[in-house]
Write a protein that binds this ligand. Sequence first.
Ligand code: FES
Length: 70
Amino acid sequence: MSPSYICSCNGVSEQEIKRVIAKRQIVELQSLIMFSGAGASCGRCRPKVQSILDANRLAVPNLQTKIKWE
Ligand code: FES
């Protein structure tokens, strides 16, 4: 069974996009486009690529930690 492509221009499947998100811990679209190739040509698939990213990115750690001084 052949994979269904999210990005038909560059032949990138949803599975490949998810793999890149997890491997590189990607949190924003431009990085995902750069590393996966999805969305790098006509851009028509970018809304779908963004929704896959939104559903699969890792939680960004809260960098505003409070320091308690004693
Ligand atoms: S369909 Fe993804 S860049 Fe064209």
